[in-house]
Ligand binder design. Sequence first.
Ligand code: PMP
Length: 456
Amino acid sequence: KYSGPSYEDVVKIRKDRLTPNIIAHFKKPLLIHHGKMQWLYDHSGRRYLDMFAGIVTVSVGHCHPKVNEALKKQLDTLWHTTNIYMHPKIHEYAERLTAKMPDGLKCVCFVNSGSEANDLAMLIARLYTGNYEILALRNAYHGMSPYTMGLTAHSTWRYPLPAVNSGIQHVMNPDPYLGIWGGAHCRDSPVQTTRSCSCDFECKAANEYYKQLRQAFEFSLPRGRVAGMFAESIQGVGGTVQFPKGYIKKAADLVRANGGLFISDEVQTGFGRTGEHFWGFQDHDIIPDIVTMAKGIGNGFPLAAVVTTQKIADCLGQALHFNTFGGNPMASAVGLAVLDVIEEEELQDNALEVGTYFLKGLAELRDRHEIIGDVRGKGLMIGVELVQSKDTKAPLSAPHVSQIWETCKDLGVLFGRGGINGNVLRIKPPMCVTKDDVTFALDVLDRSIAQNTKHD
Ligand code: PMP
């Protein structure tokens, strides 16, 4: 039973004592008391189906008993050594985690957040290649540290200060829905439209966006050289944007041919979420040079990692590089338990099966509601773009999106929200979610749209 400060006191403390940048979802933000698997309970005991999982972070379920048990055991054994002494957990975990990676990518450095992981990846790319320039896609989110603020390419996340990091260039986002080339048929998703693709051998959209990328090498990179390129496998904060088939592979080849490393940001797409594969980059048929991961890796515990090859990692040996909490015994114990649970409960398979069921249900809603412009994603990494009309694709107004989103909350389902216009519902639940939960969520979304959209 909830015994903390009253709802009103919490609201006041939040306003008076916490910096105003923290994001509050909903007009009357929820005061969450506890969580159990795919469910969250507020201070009054009301239950919500959590379809956003603390922003794609709770991978195996809130307070999963096996993960909790592993953490409790570690709490009573050893909290901390800062890695100046050896402790078994980080070593056991390094072996288990890298066993999930393709050949070659076997060297890991543990940190505490996705931003730190991407910071380190950027440092490694520059040190290893001797080049400085870094490429990233517009509409990407890679973090909020000074380095990664420069990588993130959304005006919403930009302060009016001089460029937070020199040497970063953003290239055209290969977005087959809002961009000028492509369509739903260019994406690797169970909800491709039935319209058949007119491309002969290669995806035309992938080629066109690739040409844009090539221009960065021709016109704006010094001697056409680059230290690296970052890309998410499916953009998360940017609104579940899936790239046209083949683009990422071509981009990775081009970057390597020009002296750089390809860095896959798997902070949202890793650990089985996309269903078919354990890592999102496998959907693009590439093996990156560096992979960064966070969020789902720890099911909500602060834990993140950078994985690369031994040869590339060797560049870090030329100086000391230190992280007090990276790979601490508690985080490592949690990371190990998360991997166990994903395997034992076959959560990757569940993400594929339940996610595909979800996507198909959403595609039916899309066919019935004019304001659902697009449904996309793979596994349990799903986006629903709300528009004024299917023809114009103009974003549904912010108040209208809010009404739909708030009504879903009132009916007991929590969705996320994102995209450059804030009009994409982001659906990324804990991977233990069931088909029954999905049926319920689909019904709630259907009702909410009907209730809030008069001439639909
Ligand atoms: N990369 C991606 C793809 C992310 O979604 C995020 C967080 N939303 C980050 C990096 C940064 O992670 P963190 O907030 O743990 O620093």
